[in-house]
Design a binder for this molecule. Sequence first.
Ligand code: SAM
Length: 231
Amino acid sequence: MIDYDSFADQYREMVRKGGPGRAHRFIISRLERITSLSRASICDLGCGSGDLSSELARLGASVTGVDISKKLLAHAQALNEKVDWVHGDAMALPSNFKTASYDIVISSLMLMDIPDHKAVFREAYRIVKPGGFMIWLVMHPCFQSPFSHPDEDGSRKVYQYAPQFWKSKGTGTLRSTLGAYHRPISQYLNDFMDVGFQSIRTFEPGSESAAPPNAYAPDVPDHFGALGYKN
Ligand SMILES: C[S@@+](CC[C@H](N)C(=O)[O-])C[C@H]1O[C@@H](n2cnc3c(N)ncnc32)[C@H](O)[C@@H]1O
C-alpha cells in the first residue's frame, strides 16, 4: 500500500499549483453533462486533500470523501466542513458504508496507488445505487510511466507494458518517492466490467478535453479512465 502521510504536505502543494486540476475539471464536466449535481449523493474514493470533493459539494452535491491518509484528510477537513470526510480503505470500506447508498462513485487518480484495484471496483459497485455509476481516472498507462518516452523526432518509445510496480528516477517527486502500480488498459477495463459495471464509456482526457495540452508531449493524453453503470 502506498502511504501518502509522508508526502501529504507536498501533495497539498502540488494540488494548489494545479497538479490534478485537469483530471478534476474533466470529471466535473462529465458529471455535469449526464446528471444534476445538486441532487446527487457522491462518494469520492481516495479524495486526497479534498479539492474535487469540495468543488462537488460547492456545486450542490452531497459528498463523502474517503481516504486512507490521515494527514491528507486533515488538509481536506480544513478546506470544507460540508463534506463528510471519512478515514478508510477504499479496498474494504468501513462497515457503515451501506450497499446501494450513493448515486455516483468517483475515483480520481487513485487506482494506480492501490495494490488491488479490483477490490475498489467491487466496493464501488456495492455502494452505488442501481441506475448509478462509477467514474474513474488513472495516469495514462501508455504515456505516464518511466517506460514511455517521447523522442525528439516526434515518435514515442514504450519499453515495457506488463503489470509492475515502478518508481521514477530522481528524488523528492511524488512518483520517485511513492512509486505507482502500472496496469495495462485491458486489465483495468476487464476488471471494471467483471465486477458488474455496464454501458461503459472510456476517456483519454488531454486529447479531447478543452484544457491546455500536456506541455512536454502536446498530443498525448495524460489520463485514462472510464464510466460504467450499475443496472
Ligand atoms: C494521487 S492521490 C489523488 C487524490 C485526489 N483524488 C486527487 O485527485 O487529487 C491518491 C490518493 O489515494 C489515497 N489512497 C491510496 N490508497 C488508498 C486506499 N487503500 N484507500 C483510500 N485511499 C487511498 C491516497 O492517500 C491519496 O490521497
